[in-house]
Design a protein around this ligand. Structure first.
Ligand code: TRP
Length: 338
């Protein structure tokens, strides 16, 4: 029987397993992935090799989060019958392709990558930049190219990575003959969710996230902390909607649009307090998270099954990668003694 997926375009996405996934990941990418898994042959990479480039001193953290991230995927409704979930380090073909790709990129081109520049600053790597971190865009290009991905669903911040991948693929094809596919981005209708403190950057260390695996109590605590309207002292003062995190989250998660509009109107007129809109949000978020928590519990009871899903996905990914790598070796004339 012909595999149905053969007729579908392939997409490749992934995350670094450095912590549990949060509501920002859901809005920015997971939601999209759940929707895309029917239409595309979806490969989802748990990027542990990339995670180690800035966590090489903390391998336990990466190891622990590989399974956490897999559980997050399954809990939000990524269906292992449709999508292929796999672990990057177990597909060693990617590492080999990375080595060949290294020849095709200059150091000065790498230095220009805005995403990496930004991260170097954030991580305080200016003084002692690990070579592995510096060149991770090349490894990411190999992730994408080795699976012949037609599209990479991304948010704005990852665009430089796709551009760099295309450049490398173009150069490879020019030098060694057409072998690899130039991927295109599939820009998610990206609504970037702010942290509960209103900061654009969401991170565990800032304590400003709500994780998909958080309990109702934590959700409540985080919502109560939310940044609202600093100009408003009393509930009867007129309030602002723009930049008000509680309303940003309502817009993202409250399916009752009419209710949200009514609350906004009242808020602007000073007829509803912060506590009330926050309590409503707690309800909305817990309602959204409940089925996710339930599915997670089911999978947690059967971690052997989760392991099987990842192993099967990785097996399939290896087969695809090794097929590409054979063609790459042939194109590069290093396919000795066949
Ligand atoms: N860079 C991505 C992140 O930090 C993870 C990633 C690694 C990725 N390889 C990829 C994303 C390939 C898309 C395609 O989240």
């Amino acid at each position: 029987m012909k595999n149905l997926n053969e007729t579908k375009k392939r997409i490749l996405t992934g995350d670094r397993p450095t912590g549990p996934l949060h509501l920002g990941h859901y809005i920015g990418s997971l939601k999209n992935r759940v929707e895309l898994q029917d239409k595309y042959d979806e490969f989802i990479l748990i990027a542990d090799v990339q995670a180690l480039t800035d966590n090489f001193e903390n391998p336990e953290k990466v190891r622990k989060n590989v399974i956490e991230v897999a559980l997050d995927y399954l809990s939000v409704g990524i269906d292992p019958k449709k999508a292929t979930i796999f672990i990057q380090s177990l597909v060693s073909e990617i590492a080999e392709l990375t080595v060949y790709f290294l020849n095709l990129v200059t150091v000065s081109r790498l230095e220009q990558n805005p995403t990496v520049r930004q991260e170097i600053k954030e991580k305080g790597f200016e003084k002692s930049l690990p070579a592995g971190f510096f060149m991770y865009p090349i490894s990411q290009a190999a992730d994408i190219a080795i699976f012949n991905a037609d599209f990479v669903p991304v948010g704005e911040d990852q665009l430089p990575m796709i551009e760099q991948t295309r450049e490398i693929v173009r150069k490879f094809n020019k030098l060694y003959g057409k072998t690899l596919i130039e991927p295109k981005e599939l820009l998610s209708e990206f609504s970037r969710l702010p942290g509960v403190d209103g900061k654009a950057k969401m991170s565990k260390s800032l304590g400003n996230v709500i994780n998909l695996s958080d309990s109702p109590e934590i959700v409540k605590k985080q919502v109560m902390k939310m940044y609202t309207d600093p100009t408003r002292i009393r509930a009867t003062d007129t309030g602002h909607i723009k930049g008000n995190v509680v309303f940003t989250y309502h817009d993202a998660f409250n399916s009752n649009k009419k209710e949200v509009e009514e609350m906004k109107e009242k808020y602007k007129k000073g007829k509803i307090g912060d506590v009330e809109i926050k309590n409503k949000l707690v309800e909305v978020l817990n309602e959204f998270l409940e089925p996710i928590r339930k599915r997670r519990k089911e999978y947690e009871k059967d971690l052997g099954e989760v392991q099987n899903i990842i192993l099967k996905g990785t097996q399939k990914a290896r087969e695809a990668a090794s097929e590409t790598l054979n063609r790459v070796r042939k194109a590069m004339k290093i396919d000795y003694f066949k």
